[in-house]
Design a protein around this ligand. Structure first.
Ligand code: CDP
Ligand code: MG
Length: 850
């Protein structure tokens, strides 16, 4: 919302967009996620899964149903006072028919898998079943993990509402915030939060049940949690305080968790929840637009809105910025209220009277017709494009194009209140249109969606384990994801999914997306697991991860495996322990642990908070639509560059480069009270600044807890660091980012053009460059350290500081950081002595013995 407000003025207009005739082929899918329009009832299917349940527990006598075992949980019933409307809505959810099957399975098994399509009621209802059966009474509570913050927050709110309980009882905990109390009975949290809790209390004694939700997403923490829980559950049983584990997943990949003997030797029962899924007609584009899928989505939405019967539209795009820009474009084209375009209308208009609307002329109607209507290639073309394929053509003419579109964005970083809007009914007389990233794919079910527009892509972070280069790439999704997306259209009645790509492209999609753990660095996980002090569990967890396919290729060759094993069995160091107690990535944790020695803690905390949040500055690089906007953007860019130069300072401070800019920006912003106005004026992202503020407070508390004598507080009037402190900060940064250094190729050594102004890193053969947004872009220092390399048109280093050439931090020992005095310094250079030479630096061995 805020972002749309701040950049509203420079919004690109869409008027000159040309209408293009879509060639759409229509395919009706009847199988897979889009199967059947009849709600399954509790017959054969469930009976079968129930008997499977029993059989699984008694592998010695296959086929025979064993004697029922005495329940491990006393039969209690905790009454819940639900409102009649809620009760009515619940009864429509397929999982309700399975309550007994679910509860029996949970009673008789330590581990139960529940699989069901999104929207079947798993997340909202299963915790309630357990609560009613007494799993949260007495000395234990129910924990539910979600891979996404959005889901943890919104699901806890929803369940509290359904159960008519306060958020003190049904609560959530995510990284930065939470509302849990000692009265909490059902706790929704992100999977990372539970992993941290395991660190403190390996047996999770607080919980009676853990539900791992969205397990099919194979998020890295979920994978690890399942691995650890598979060990914790038997341990708890031995202690006589059984812990129940429920793994919930969409109907994909269930075998990942059941058919894995090293994970769960007794195959856990699977309860399949039938889904009330209506047929979804899938329409492929004949051609796949190359890049402008957002524009294509816009045109498609306009057509759906103009031509097709009522029903919500859900659009899948890839990123937050895109979501906002499409929202603005749609709001502008189908405004909510005359003279009131775009932002603000949604939040300030709780109810809209249809009568008011129909009498209001929609000013942009004409422009819109040109844009999205049916001129150009003729009406027939457009009609055919949106042919429903099932004889609904007549219906398509009835909708009133003057109906306003109620446009809502949805992505993971959106504030909780704004997220909650998608679950409320759209104001009367409007059509709901949710523009989402793939959070809407499985975690959240939005009511009333009849049309899905799927761009077929998602933004994924790719990380090269070897070179440390991360790339955000917009890539094609998997077939499983595409089918999930399509399924969103058939929740309440038959629906339509418009895929903005061809069926040939779809056929080339991979079947499933690769598990996250294969796509990201795992240093933080290794450190956290070390800190668990459970070498054996660690090794077995690792084995599990391998068998889960989570630690694939590099570990498969025998030798590599030995190597990795050997490394994993290294004991944790005191520095490591100190690092593990900070809730940030190990690199940053090291900076924090070291900063204590140099009286730089408040700066280190600020720096680490900002580096963790990333992208402090607004992007003004988007293409402008007209001269006026070009000038405006140019002005904003110049202003940002000017402020960055001011914050970077001169001399010693400039050597801290972009990191100095970060310190200056946060310092100045806090000094000004961290207002939206200040951020807008200076090109800072308001939300990023708020998050930095939160993280600063959190890290300050964490640091005080570790070093009570530090007595730190978040100083809103933090002074810029002294020169000597800047030098210390540079060393600290190097200690954390010491393997991410680069040296500029001296001009004399440049033979090929591609190496002009290029840098060489130890690991990459190709040239890397300073990102143009860096304050060091023109400085071109010979030695730099970078926060990350991002590959766009070239490989760019971001978050740069100048490197002290003689200091090779990778080999600089800050041993025993908690007890020892600061490391020794070279009397000539004043630099920290390094203990070993590296083959990388041509200055080694250093003349001064540094
Ligand atoms: O977990 P699963 O996908 O199986 O379903 P769920 O998230 O429990 O959703 C069950 C129903 O509750 C859906 O129809 C949602 O639309 C509805 N719901 C809601 O109305 N408001 C929320 N905040 C969350 C869910
Ligand atoms: Mg769910």
């Amino acid at each position: 919302e805020l972002e749309s407000e701040t950049s509203e003025s420079s919004e690109s207009s869409s008027e000159e967009e040309e209408e293009r005739v879509d060639e759409t082929e229509t395919v009706t899918e009847t199988g897979g996620t889009t199967a059947g329009s009849e709600p399954p009832v509790e017959t054969g299917n469930q009976a079968q899964s129930a008997s499977n349940t029993a059989a699984a527990e008694a592998p010695a006598a296959p086929g025979k149903i064993p004697e029922p075992k005495p329940p491990s949980q006393p039969a209690i019933f905790i009454p819940v006072d639900r409102s009649p409307e809620i009760q009515e809505a619940r009864l429509l959810l397929p999982i309700l028919a399975e309550e007994q099957v679910v509860m029996e399975a949970v009673t008789h098994n330590r581990v139960v898998v529940i699989s069901g399509e999104t929207g079947s009621g798993k997340t909202t209802q299963v915790p309630q079943f357990l609560y009613e059966a007494g799993y949260a009474s007495g000395d234990g509570i129910i924990g539910v993990t979600e891979p996404r913050r959005v889901a943890a927050v919104s699901m806890s709110q929803r369940v509290a509402k359904e159960m008519n309980l306060s958020d003190r009882v049904v609560s959530y905990q995510i990284r930065y915030e939470g509302n849990t109390t000692e009265n909490t009975k059902i706790k929704f949290m992100t999977d990372g939060v539970l992993l941290k809790e395991i660190q403190r209390d390996f047996l999770l004694t607080k919980y009676k049940v853990i539900i791992i939700d969205e397990a099919h997403e194979r998020s890295v923490y979920t994978d690890i949690l399942i691995g650890l829980l598979s060990r914790i559950v038997p341990l708890r049983a031995k202690r006589g305080r059984p812990l129940k584990l429920i793994i919930m997943s969409a109907t994909l990949r269930v075998e990942d968790f059941t058919a894995n003997e090293s994970l769960f030797p007794a195959r856990p029962p699977v309860i399949e929840v039938g889904t009330r899924q209506f047929a979804v007609t899938v329409h492929f584009n004949k051609r796949t637009p190359l890049d402008d899928y957002a524009g294509e989505a816009f045109r498609k939405i306009c057509k759906i809105h103009r031509m097709l019967p009522p029903g919500g539209i859900l659009v899948f795009l890839t990123g937050q910025a895109e979501v906002h820009s499409l929202c603005r474009r749609l709001r502008r084209s189908f405004p909510h209220r005359p003279g009131h375009s775009g932002k603000g209308t949604v939040s300030t208009l709780p109810r809209i009277d249809l009568a008011n609307y129909s009498s209001v002329p929609l000013e942009e109607e004409e422009a819109e017709d040109r844009e999205a209507g049916s001129d150009g290639d003729g009406e027939a073309g457009s009609e055919a494009d949106l042919d429903l394929g099932d004889g609904d053509g007549a219906e398509a003419e009835t909708p009133d194009p003057s109906i306003p579109l109620y446009v809502l964005p949805l992505y993971s970083m959106l504030s909780a209140e704004n997220q909650a809007k998608v679950f409320r009914p759209a104001p009367g007389g409007t059509r709901l249109c949710v523009v989402a990233t793939n959070v809407a794919e499985t975690s959240l079910t939005i009511p009333g969606i009849k049309y899905v527009v799927d761009c077929g892509k998602s933004k994924r972070r790719f990380y090269d384990q070897l070179t440390g280069v991360s790339t955000f790439r917009v890539t094609w999704i998997s077939q499983a994801s595409a089918n999930q997306r399509a399924g969103r259209a058939g929740r309440t009645e038959p629906g339509h999914c418009y895929r903005l790509y061809s069926s040939a492209v779809f056929a080339d999609f991979e079947e499933f997306s690769p598990a996250e753990i294969t796509r990201r660095p795992v240093d933080d996980l290794v450190l956290q697991m070390k800190d668990l002090n459970i070498e054996k569990s660690l090794v077995s967890a690792e084995e599990l991860l391998i068998s889960l396919g989570a630690l694939v290729e590099p570990l498969q060759t025998g030798r590599y495996k030995e190597l990795e094993r050997a490394k994993l069995s290294c004991p944790i160091s005191p520095l490591g322990r100190a690092m593990a107690s900070f809730p940030v990535a190990p690199r940053y944790a090291k900076m924090l642990a070291l900063s204590r020695q140099h009286d730089c803690m408040q700066y280190a905390i600020t720096l680490v908070s900002a580096l963790t949040v990333r992208e402090l500055f607004e992007e003004f690089n988007r293409p402008a639509v007209n001269e006026e906007e070009t000038q405006k953007l140019k002005g904003k860019r110049a202003r940002v560059a000017q402020m960055q130069r001011i914050w970077a300072g001169q001399g010693v401070s400039l050597k801290l480069g972009d990191l100095m800019v970060v310190l200056g920006a946060v310092g100045a912003c806090e000094f000004a009270g961290c207002t939206l106005h200040f951020c807008t004026q200076n090109g800072l992202r308001y939300k990023a600044m708020l998050e930095i503020r939160r993280l600063r407070a959190q890290l300050t508390n964490a640091t005080n807890a570790i070093y009570p004598e530090a007595g730190l507080f978040v100083d809103p009037k933090m002074k810029p660091p002294l020169e000597s402190q800047v030098t210390m900060l540079r060393q600290m940064v190097l200690a954390g980012l010491g393997d991410q250094v680069a040296r500029r190729l001296p001009p004399g050594e440049v033979l090929e053009d591609k190496w002009r102004n290029a840098y060489k890193t130890p690991l990459l053969d190709d040239p890397v460059f300073i990102h143009p947004s860096s304050v060091l872009f023109k400085q071109l220092p010979e030695f730099v350290v970078y926060q990350e390399i991002v590959e766009t048109s070239k490989m760019y280093m971001k978050g740069m500081a100048e490197w002290i050439p003689l200091l090779l931090p990778r080999y600089t020992h800050f041993e025993k950081p908690l007890e020892s005095p600061p490391p020794s310094y070279c009397p000539d250079t004043g630099r920290v002595r390094c203990h070993r030479a590296s083959t990388f630096c041509k200055y080694n061995p250093c003349l001064h013995g540094c």
